[in-house]
Write a protein that binds this ligand. Structure first.
Ligand SMILES: C[S@@+](CC[C@H](N)C(=O)[O-])C[C@H]1O[C@@H](n2cnc3c(N)ncnc32)[C@H](O)[C@@H]1O
Length: 235
């Protein structure tokens, strides 16, 4: 998945309006104090990085995609940036933050245990992940897609099993409107979240037609539900 995001790094920001909104909401949900040190994983082009820097946090940002890191260095130059696998070895840190990464892990419970072990005593995890009922419209027509969808209770139970004490959580649900079903799928494609396309042309045409019929407005625009879980957890 990293290399797929790498290929879409230059088009990510222009097609990731919801991700930006959720990253900013996550930072505001449980702000860091000025001077606190935060290690950010899967930072992408820096939506959450910039919000954390605005709070005065000292941010060590990383992403597995070299192209994302290059853009991140330009968009948030006062963070330090490295190319790093967020699901690999994590070095000891004061606090961890991550938005829109953990859902890509094949075994997120295992990754959370590793993250928990890396955080110093007194530190915390600030986590944003997509959750139910996100993309319920598309999933009803096209199947589950590249990630395993979990609801708030499933994520929270997994975070607690990894050793964290959850201090607060919230689900933000937002119906996004796109000019057409083609625009909707194109936006997902250019933000890198669709993985490898697995539809032939005929199936794709039928999907677009059905999406417009079921979730469209008289002007041809369509809706898609985005839902994001915000979690503040002590290590
Ligand atoms: C949906 S984007 C989110 C980016 C950013 N956090 C945001 O909120 O806009 C997911 C990011 O995770 C990165 N990523 C995916 N798998 C990764 C991994 N194993 N290690 C580090 N980064 C990874 C991708 O390169 C991409 O930048």
């Amino acid at each position: 998945m990293v290399m797929h995001f790498n290929a879409k790094a230059s088009t990510y920001e222009a097609h990731a309006t919801p991700q930006r909104r959720f990253a900013e909401a996550l930072a505001a949900f449980a702000p860091f104090e000025s001077g606190e040190r935060v290690t950010e994983l899967g930072a992408g082009t820096g939506f959450l990085t910039r919000a954390l820097l605005a709070q005065g946090a000292v941010v060590d940002a990383s992403d597995g995609s070299p192209a994302m890191v290059e853009i991140g260095k330009l968009s948030a130059p006062s963070a330090t940036w490295t190319i790093h696998d967020g699901f690999g070895e994590i070095f000891p840190c004061h606090n961890l933050a991550s938005n829109g990464l953990l859902q890509w892990a094949p075994d997120p419970g295992n990754i959370l245990r590793r993250w928990h072990a890396s955080i110093h005593q007194g530190g915390r995890l600030l986590l944003g992940v997509p959750c139910e009922p996100g993309f319920c419209e598309l999933r009803a027509l096209a199947g589950e897609g590249p990630i395993h969808w979990r609801d708030e209770a499933m994520w929270i139970a997994m975070i607690r099993r990894a050793g964290f004490k959850v201090r607060g959580s919230a689900v933000l649900e937002h119906p996004e409107i796109y000019p057409s079903s083609v625009d909707f799928l194109r936006t997902l494609h250019y933000s890198g979240v669709t993985g490898e396309p697995h539809f032939n042309a005929g199936t794709l045409r039928a999907l677009l037609r059905d999406y417009t019929r079921l979730y469209g407005n008289p002007d041809g625009s369509v809706r898609a539900t985005w839902a994001w879980l915000l979690v503040d957890a002590a290590a």
